[in-house]
Structures are given as structure tokens and as C-alpha cells.
Design a protein around this ligand. Sequence first.
Ligand SMILES: [Zn+2]
Ligand SMILES: [Zn+2]
Length: 383
Amino acid sequence: MNNLKNSTSDLLFVRNAFREYYFKYNDLVETPSRINEREFGFMTFQTGMMRHLSFNNIREVYATLIRNTPSDFYCSNAYYNFPANLMQDKGWKGADLIFDIDAKDLGLPCEVSHRYHLCANCGEIIESTADPCPLCKNSTVRVESIPCSNCFISLRKEIKKLIAILTDEIGVEDDNISVYFSGNSGFHLYVYDACFHHLDSRARSDLVGYILGNGIGPEVIGVRKGANDKVSIKFPKAGFRYGWSMRLARKLRIDQSSSSKLTNFINKLGGYERFSKYIIGYAKEIGIKIDPQVTIDIHRIFRHGGTLNGKSGLSKLRCVDLNKFDPLNDACLLNDTDVQVHVKPSNLKFKLRGRTFTANQKKEKLPTYAAVYLICKGLATTI
Ligand SMILES: [Zn+2]
Ligand SMILES: [Zn+2]
């Protein structure tokens, strides 16, 4: 929330609510495996990012959370010999495999109905992005979203598709997968299988390409460009039993005996090049919408399980049962003491802890958890 130009009283108010959370819920803060080999980092409410920290045990983590009350607290996916050293001297030993799926990457139609534009300089609401800020004339805009229940339904579906690919096609055991609500508008999926720890960025990039459906072309089902712009079809001996060959065969409604049917279809489309474009486009369309950079980065620090997200005041929590986990209820754990705030947008509607709030560019009395949610998103200020 540091970038939103919140006032000092906003920062203090949110900081106090976070501090109370860490007193009350420190048992939710997870103990990472091999804690003394991890790099930690955090953002404070008033200064920038601290990195290259290391802790010997979870009690040291609790003490830091209470003493420093960070807006955001992170732990590396990597294991190092010397986690507190600078990057080149850490001695990388391996890293958990992590995937990130965020609502903003799903291209959902509901997005425009709960998206707000703010001046990146002064935080004023921008009604038309074509005009500069009415207050400070700055033209840099930042976008804030209040994810709705439809966003979470779509995210859940996408995570389930990812779990299916990982278990059915990549060989990850179900028991080695943990899914977390990120604390704002997405989910993180962790693979704790030691077989994947040693994959370098390049190998992770290949895996990401497969999951996204990038680089999937007609050759997956044995279609190649022949001589004189003709098409050569040689279906895979193993058939279309799994993975991309199965997905493409289903889309094309073909089996091992469909060679002439497929030739007709390709000719109808206009030849090999058109068919290739069709397959590449379809693979991208149904590929899973993971954020590639997150998975490829083997030195990244990730928001830590059980800590608060400074963009929302919600907790990053493990979803023991993905179907039952309700992010806007289960991860909303700040106190409910009423507080007066000024809400910036007109016709703001959101739901937290089963309660629907409507606020309209005026003074509103909101419970602390709802006030923090809006302040973190730059959509309200304390009075
Ligand atoms: Zn401005
Ligand atoms: Zn939505």
C-alpha cells in the first residue's frame, strides 16, 4: 500500500490493525520447511523493502512481525547455504516449484465492473483515463480491482485445471501440492516434491510453456508440412491418450482412424499454415493462465503463508478444501470495530465476511476489516 500515497493517519490505522492481527493470530503464520536455509524479506509501512534476512526459528519470525509490523512479509522459494548473503554469494541449493494464477490474467468480463483508476501521484479517483488527474494533473494511472465472487469461481476452476495437469501429466503427487489464497485476487500453488527442487529457470520455463500451451503446434498430433505445401499426417503411435495430443484430438474429434477426415478439415481451412495457426490459437486459449515469471524465477521471495497482504488486509492462507474456502470470508480476520472513513468512488459495492457494503463518495462507518480493505486499495481514507 506504500505506493498509494496514503496519509500518515491511514498508515497508522492500518499498521495498528496489522499489529493486533500478529498478536492474535501468530499461530496462523506458517513455519517453512528448512527455515534456516530461506531468505526472508519485508516491506514496512513507511520505508521500502528489506531483503536478505534469515531466521533460525519461527519465534524469530513472530518477533519481527510484531516489532516491525510489516505491510508485507515474504519468504524465498529457494534454499540457500547462506540466505543472508547477497544474491551471488548465497549458494543456491534448490527451490520449491510455485505457480501463481491471478484474476487479472483470466480476462474475465466482470473485471470492468469492479475496476477503479487512481492517480498514481495523489490517489484521486480518475473517472476518465483519457484525462489527467483533476487534482494534480499527473497522467500516470494505477488500477485497483475489487474481485467479486465470479472472479473466485473462475480462479478455482483454473487452479483445478492446473492441479489436473500437474498430477496427470507432470507426475506430481496430490499430497505434494498445497494451494493458498494470495490474500488479494489470486491463488498460489506450491509443489513440495523434492524431484522438482533442482530445476533451473530454463527447465521451469519449459514446464511453464507446456502448461500455458505455448509452443504447442500441429506436430503434437503428427501433422507436418509436406512437399508442395501438402500436409503429411502420421498420428503418434501411442495415440491421443493424454496431454496436449488428447486435448487437440478431442477438439478436432479425431482418433487413430481419422486421417482422411483430418486431411479434409485442413484443406477446408485452407492448408497447413492456416491449420497451424488454428492449433496454436486453440492451445493458447485453453492453456492455463499462470503467470510465467513467477514460476521461472528461482530467487524470488513470496508472500508468506499466514501473513497479511498489504494490498487488501486479507491473509494469505492455505486452502485445506479448495471448494469450501471462501477468500472474502475465511481470510478476512481483522477486527470489526467501527471506524469513520471517507470513501472515494461513487457506487462502490463489495462483500466481506458475508456482509454486503455499499458506499457512495461520503463519510461511512465501516468495520475495521472493511475500512482497511478500502484504504489498502486507495479507495478510502481515514477521517
Ligand atoms: Zn493526482
Ligand atoms: Zn469479478
